[in-house]
Unconditional design. Structure first.
Length: 252
């Protein structure tokens, strides 16, 4: 009997429990370049495989019951990469919108953009706006695409708009600042995953991620498959989120 209980506990620990699924998962999709290099392929091939992988992870998120997926696709710092790679990353977003929009829409995915549209080529800006508009009534999964996004930049823009709106100083608190961010109506990410083994947040959701659980895996993004996502979600389910409180104060 004791053994049975132990077995049951082990199964329980390795299982994905419906009430322990994070509502909002954010991913730093890192390691495309190293994935390609390890295979003697050009970096562009890593980004191509990374894009293919994104399709699979999107499907897996819907299947696992994740409600919001935020992906770090192009940071404000990525402009400093070689021009050809910047061009390729722009082209990828354009291709994803052109080729996948209908399919994403049919699967109930609501596309949102976080980041600065200014700075992106006008044609691509238009496509991003159209994709968001086209899918705005979908509710199966919110796909938040961080593109030309930086956490510090986001806070600078929020502060500028707060000043422009003449908000009185006594009205400025954490919830007001949250409402001025790109993610204003979304819950903060419960889980931030970073692939490729790096242990940094790299200017990603630095305000919203204050209490997010962090998960790092050595797997490069193109290899981060459904089972890898399952492992990350299971690890999340085993974390104790205390939000600054003590263990005793937390009601399971
Ligand atoms: C990091 O890998 C990845 C990126 C900067 C781009 C991520 C883009 C995709 C996965 C494609 C999907 C894109 C869109 C726009 C939907 P890295 O190049 O920094 O890899 P490395 O650290 O190994 O060099």
């Amino acid at each position: 009997m004791a053994l049975l209980t132990q077995d049951a506990q082990e199964i329980h620990q390795d299982a994905l429990l419906p009430d322990r699924i994070p509502r909002h998962v954010a991913i730093i999709m890192d390691g495309n370049g190293r994935w390609a290099k390890a295979r003697g392929l050009p970096r562009t091939e890593g980004h191509r495989q990374g894009t293919e992988n994104l399709r699979k992870i999107l499907r897996a998120c819907v299947e696992f019951g994740v409600e919001i997926l935020t992906i770090y696709a192009f940071s404000t710092e990525n402009w400093a990469r070689p021009a050809a790679e910047v061009q390729m990353l722009m082209k990828i977003l354009e291709m994803v919108i052109d080729r996948e929009l209908k399919d994403l829409d049919a699967n109930g995915v609501q596309i949102r953009h976080i980041g600065e549209l200014r700075g992106i080529a006008p044609g691509l800006q238009k496509k991003i706006r159209q994709a968001c508009e086209y899918t705005r009534n979908n509710h199966k999964l919110i796909l938040n695409v961080a593109f030309n996004y930086g956490g510090r930049d986001e806070i600078v823009h929020a502060v500028r708009r707060i000043v422009e709106d003449h908000i009185p100083i006594e009205k400025i608190d954490e919830s007001l600042i949250s409402r001025y961010l790109y993610t204003s109506d979304l819950p903060d990410p419960d889980l931030i995953i970073r692939t490729s083994g790096e242990l940094r947040v790299s200017n990603f959701l630095i305000w919203q991620g204050a209490y997010s659980e962090l998960y790092s895996t050595p797997t490069y993004w193109p290899d981060f498959d459904k089972e890898a996502l399952r492992s990350a979600l299971i690890a999340y389910g085993q974390r104790k989120r205390r939000f600054g409180q003590t263990d005793e104060q937390i009601v399971p």
